[in-house]
Design a protein around this ligand. Sequence first.
Ligand SMILES: [Zn+2]
Length: 113
Amino acid sequence: MHEMALAEEVRRIVEEVALAQSSRRVASVVLEIGELAAVEVDALRFCLDLALHGGAAEGASLEFVSEPGEGICPHCGARGPLHARLDPCARCAGYGVRPVAGTAMRVKAVEVA
Ligand SMILES: [Zn+2]
């Protein structure tokens, strides 16, 4: 489960933002999760509960937004939506589509109190 590592990373980032803005409390955090990032939102939420405990973002409202996956086909060059890493190309049905978007999770916004 890599959600715990992601949650620790989120904590590091939001603590930095709070510090940079001379705030000790974070009100809300928006996380963008790529469709191809293989992140279980429920697991991430659980891990964030643990990781943020005792820190500036304890009790902050958490919002999860999804970033659509996108890929480029190595056979026909088509760029289009990719909902799973092993899906074939929508145009030529070839396999090996290279993911180019929606592969990561990132902290999109942090609002300090
Ligand atoms: Zn193709």
